[in-house]
Ligand binder design. Structure first.
Ligand SMILES: [Zn+2]
Length: 624
């Protein structure tokens, strides 16, 4: 007897009823340009009424070298837009049929056009705030950092906080004098800022540096116990022998100083706080649009922030489309998830149906949770920052509310724990239903739960992403940025077989969502694209280049795959008829030509929903 429905399709039927979504049944979701069921099943509202008569478009874009990210038509020369949607993609000659008396003609002037890039893991407000702070990323030494702070101190009122971010001791030309584990001591910084508290966040976001005044305000001394999952680095004075804090706070210990800074911020007037918040949003939007980014997947905002963003979305004051992971206590999530939910069909500039948690820290500050000790710190296997039990509770909430769950995991232990945890929680939901391998995969591909970073994997866990349908959101640029200390922390063998396993993961059948983790890295997607296809370090050497992506894959990871990772590929991610007219025009064709010229590419124009949202100086889409 041959069953009419295979066990897999029965299971998928159950799932599609359960989730109310079309299950993508493709052995290869990567290849699906736009799952037809999803596109046909959802009536997409046209945001802007078209001014044209029946057969003509509002806009025809010509003279373009288009990479569509749509497998059915990967390349094109022209496209047409009505309202906020694409109505045609094809040849220059065919495009003429879409021209009417009202039609505006745009010319890409022979340039590369791609779908608008999707930043797949960043921190939107953090990005905006970072643009309000001292940017210490280019500092080549601790002296550079001190000099930058000194300049800011000269401009500041006494008592005013000086904040900065982006410093990284591994990127300095030499270790600072009297360093502890490569980290500086606060003395030089404290000497130039006696009346201003200073707080400088590490590039990884997983450590911070405070001056003496800030530590006084936070009442931190050598005797202060560090909070669980954190560390206050101490130094012994070579002359007096006294032990005191060095100024470095790792992982959760940063909160000791951060809290005092936040209190000072809260004491400001409501009007000034609101203004600063709006300024951060404005800066983040501008930075995205200037980089060809039309959608941004925000890796964690509180319920309160989501409410505030929803207000902006309703006022049409968010020019970049946000997809926000809710990050809050389980109690808050339990209470508010149903209320704050937003779908792209009704709310095209703000989607809310994902949750963010973290299970470990970052590799740089030895915070990544490993299966065996650090090569350069044999006493440590890193830090488990949030308890698996608490994350499991979040996972049940995610299932109940049909939210995607996105858990930050960097170390191999952290990644294994999260994969195990997903399976445990799904098994509960399965009850006594079948649990064949195909069931896990169907379940996972429907839920599309993610692991954020998935940076260092045990070889045994690499195939589990495909088997479970779990999506890794990996930031290409982290590879060359961190490579220097990946080898130190993990040693050669573990780095070779487990670090940034893009090729192995893609070959095993998963999609990778790319991004920059801005403001951890600059928001520039071209830098991350280049890193994805070369794994080349600033000095020239390549970090296990056999794991690199092809250019096509890197483009997909920033467009269609990123949309798949957000359950949004029916509205975005490729230049296909029916999808949102979100696209980027580039100063040069980074899909062809010499690789070493890729980093020079910049956005020439960015279009969101058929509107020109950005044009670089000297470039105009509309020819007079
Ligand atoms: Zn992040």
């Amino acid at each position: 007897m041959v069953p009419i429905l295979s066990p897999l399709s029965v299971w998928q039927l159950v799932l599609s009823v359960y989730l109310g979504v079309a299950v993508v049944d493709s052995g290869d979701v990567r290849a699906e340009a736009a799952p037809r069921a999803a596109v046909q099943g959802v009536a997409l509202p046209v945001e802007r009424e078209s001014a044209s008569d029946d057969r003509s478009a509002d806009i025809v874009l010509v003279d373009a070298r288009i990479h569509t990210s749509d497998r059915e038509r990967p390349r094109a020369e022209a496209l047409a837009i009505r309202g906020d949607r694409i109505v045609f993609v094809g040849s220059e000659a065919e495009a003429q049929e879409w021209r009417g008396p009202q039609t505006q003609v745009w010319s890409a002037q022979g340039r590369l056009v791609t779908p608008g890039f999707i930043e797949g893991h960043g921190h939107f407000l953090g990005l905006g705030e970072s643009l309000q702070m001292l940017d210490l990323a280019d500092a080549r030494s601790w002296d550079d950092v001190v000099a930058q702070v000194h300049e800011a101190v000269k401009q500041a009122e006494p008592g005013e906080w000086i904040v900065g971010r982006g410093w990284h001791q591994e990127k300095w030309d030499a270790a600072p004098e009297g360093h502890v584990d490569g980290y500086p001591r606060h003395d030089a910084l404290s000497a130039i800022s006696p009346q201003n508290p200073v707080l400088l966040t590490h590039a990884s976001g997983h450590a911070s540096f405070a001056n003496d005044y800030a530590m006084q305000l936070a009442q931190v001394t050598a005797d202060t116990p560090p909070p669980p999952g954190g560390e206050i680095l101490l130094v012994t004075d070579s002359v007096t022998g006294a032990v005191r804090p060095s100024g470095v706070f790792r992982e959760t210990a940063s909160a000791l100083v951060q809290r005092v800074y936040q209190q000072a911020q809260r004491r400001r007037t409501e009007a000034s706080k609101r203004q600063q918040w709006l300024d951060a949003i404005r800066r983040a939007n501008e930075a995205c649009l200037a980089n060809g980014i039309t959608s941004f997947q925000d890796a964690g905002s509180s319920i309160a922030t989501i409410d505030a963003l929803a207000e902006l979305a309703d006022e049409r004051a968010l020019p970049v489309r946000l997809w926000v992971m809710a990050r809050d206590s389980n109690e808050q999530l339990d209470r508010h998830l149903a209320r704050v939910r937003r779908e792209p069909e009704q709310s095209p500039y703000l989607t809310v149906r994902a949750i963010k948690r973290a299970i470990d820290g970052a590799l740089g500050p030895h915070g990544a949770w490993l299966l065996s000790p650090y090569e350069d710190l044999s006493t440590s296997i890193g830090l488990n920052t949030d308890s698996p039990t608490s994350i499991e509770e979040t996972a049940r909430l995610a299932l109940r509310e049909k939210y995607q769950l996105c858990v930050h995991a960097i170390g191999d232990r952290a990644n294994r724990e999260v994969l195990d945890l997903y399976q445990r929680v799904w098994a509960e939901a399965f009850g006594d239903r079948p649990r064949e391998q195909a069931d896990w995969q169907a379940w996972g591909r429907t839920l599309r739960w993610r692991i954020e970073h998935a940076q260092h994997l045990s070889p045994a866990d690499i195939p589990r992403f495909a088997e479970l349908g779990v999506i890794p959101a990996m930031q290409g640029i982290h590879c060359p940025s961190d490579a220097v200390y990946v080898l130190q922390r993990l040693g050669y063998r573990r780095a070779a077989e487990g670090a940034y396993m893009w090729r192995s993961l893609i070959d095993s059948g998963v999609v990778i969502v790319n991004g920059t983790d801005a403001p951890v890295e600059r928001i520039d997607p071209i830098a991350s694209f280049y890193a994805s296809v070369t794994r080349r370090l600033p000095g020239g050497p390549e970090f296990f280049p056999e794991q690199a992506m092809t250019r096509e894959e890197a483009l997909l990871s920033y467009t269609l795959w990123a949309a798949v990772g957000a359950h949004e590929e029916h509205v975005k991610g490729s230049l296909s008829v029916g999808k949102l007219a979100d696209l980027a025009v580039w100063s040069q064709d980074f899909m062809e030509g010499p690789l070493d010229q890729v980093p020079g590419a910049k956005a020439a124009a960015t279009v969101v929903g058929g509107r020109i949202a950005y044009e670089a100086a000297g470039f105009k889409l509309i020819q007079e």
